[in-house]
Design a protein around this ligand. Structure first.
Ligand code: UD1
Ligand code: UDP
Length: 360
């Protein structure tokens, strides 16, 4: 069985890391195809280096531009490589353009597709990620749902139960493997001049927030007022997309401690010691929940409703008042929830499922 892992962005590299490690350990016949959707050192190479991951055999350098341009470059490049390499199965993770392009190119060539983190839905078709999720799930041969809820969503959409497996989320595996090394290597007080529990952590990069001037400005104002009210810094490792737009808005952000995007170990440490996290990231909502840190989600919906159900997360949207109220509510919450994302053996489970099915 020959496997192609197709990935392209920061969260895919991090969440595929445990699977890449297993493929390496089992001496599986595999190669990584990087679409190049993310290419800046801090969004890409730093993760391969820090987690000592096998390097991609191919990089299409297909990143940036409009959705159609980027996706078209990916589809053309991926197809050529798949025709040449002839893998039996393509594995993709998550909901980015790279995921959808990898799955679509493969399925049209009659190559099987395994979708890691299948069955997530925000039911908001204005999000490019929702379109990518729906398409990928409906063309995949193996659907690795992180939770029973995600599996139910897939079954509800008519996807056959024979294709659908509840595996847990590979981010639990990644945290299990890298939290200790992160603790040993990163000290937030010397590296970031921060004291445990004495800061808020924020990330904000979603298209529906950054590309809408009113929403983006309102969220930045909300973060600024949170910093002022609690007299604690809001640390914001800023995604290049948001940096660009913030600069074009010319808005002052004196109350926010804006820093460059950080490596995974540093981010895990920043998360672990934060008083609370405010984010629009999918992955960061999960990590906050797993690490026991209260989360305020700067969106109107989430495809991770399990975090809301157990009280680990709250939806604040973009309004200043709501960000302040939600922060207050979450600061009062008990943090004794049990996270719903699995036991840290998702990658192993995924490998075993495909090995058994493909090798017989
Ligand atoms: C993408 C995903 C999003 C995911 C995020 C993870 C899609 C539709 N969006 O959003 O779901 O949450 O990755 O971080 O797939 N840029 C750089 N350096 C880079 C990459 C991007 O400077 O390495 C800048 C470019 O100006 C680019 C912009 O960021 O135009 C947006 O990049 P893009 O990959 O299109 O989307 P993300 O916002 O990163
Ligand atoms: N992350 C990181 N450095 C940062 C910000 C985030 O390593 O400065 C990691 C974070 O730990 C998580 C992932 O990036 O694993 C989330 O990616 P992102 O928010 O870009 O994408 P999303 O999950 O929203 O698709």
């Amino acid at each position: 069985m020959k496997i192609s892992v197709i990935l392209g962005t920061r969260p895919e590299i991090i969440k595929m890391a445990p699977l890449l490690k297993i493929l390496e350990a089992k001496r599986a016949d595999f190669f990584t195809l990087h679409t190049g959707q993310h290419y800046s050192y801090q969004l890409d190479t730093v993760f391969f280096e820090q987690m000592a991951l096998p390097r991609p055999k191919y990089n299409l350098e297909a990143g940036s531009g409009s959705h159609a341009e980027e996706t078209a470059r990916m589809l053309t490049g991926i197809e050529k490589i798949l025709l040449d390499e002839k893998p039996n199965i393509v594995l993709v993770e998550g909901d980015t353009n790279s995921v959808m392009a990898g799955a679509l190119a493969a399925v049209k060539l009659g190559i099987k597709v395994g979708h890691v983190e299948a069955g997530l839905r925000s039911y908001d078709r204005n999000m490019p990620e929702e379109i990518n999720r729906v398409i990928t799930d409906h063309i995949a041969d193996y659907l690795f749902a992180p939770t029973p809820k995600a599996k139910q969503i897939l079954l509800g959409e008519g996807i056959s139960k024979e294709k659908t497996y509840v595996t847990g989320n590979t981010i639990v595996d990644a945290i299990g493997q890298y939290l200790e090394p992160a603790r040993r290597k990163i000290d937030i007080s010397s590296q970031f001049k921060l004291k445990p529990q004495k800061y808020f952590l924020s990330t904000l990069h979603r298209q529906e927030n950054t590309d809408n001037k009113e929403r983006f400005t309102s969220i930045l104002e909300g973060l600024s007022e949170v910093a002022e009210k609690y007299r604690l810094p809001v640390v914001y490792p800023i995604h290049p997309r948001s940096r660009k737009i913030m600069e074009s808005l010319g808005r002052k952000t004196n109350n926010l401690k804006i820093i460059e995007p950080v490596d995974f170990f540093s981010f895990l440490q920043l998360e672990s010691h934060a008083r609370l996290i405010l984010t629009d990231s999918g992955g960061v909502q999960e990590e906050a929940c797993i690490l026991g840190i209260p989360c305020v989600t700067l969106r109107d919906n989430t495809e991770r409703p399990e975090t809301l159900d157990i009280g680990a997360n709250i939806l604040a949207g973009a309004a200043v008042e709501s960000i302040l109220t939600s922060t207050e509510i979450m600061l009062d919450r008990k943090t004794d929830w049990v996270h719903p994302f699995g036991d840290g053996h998702a990658a192993e489970r995924i490998f075993n499922i495909i090995a058994e099915a493909e090798n017989g």
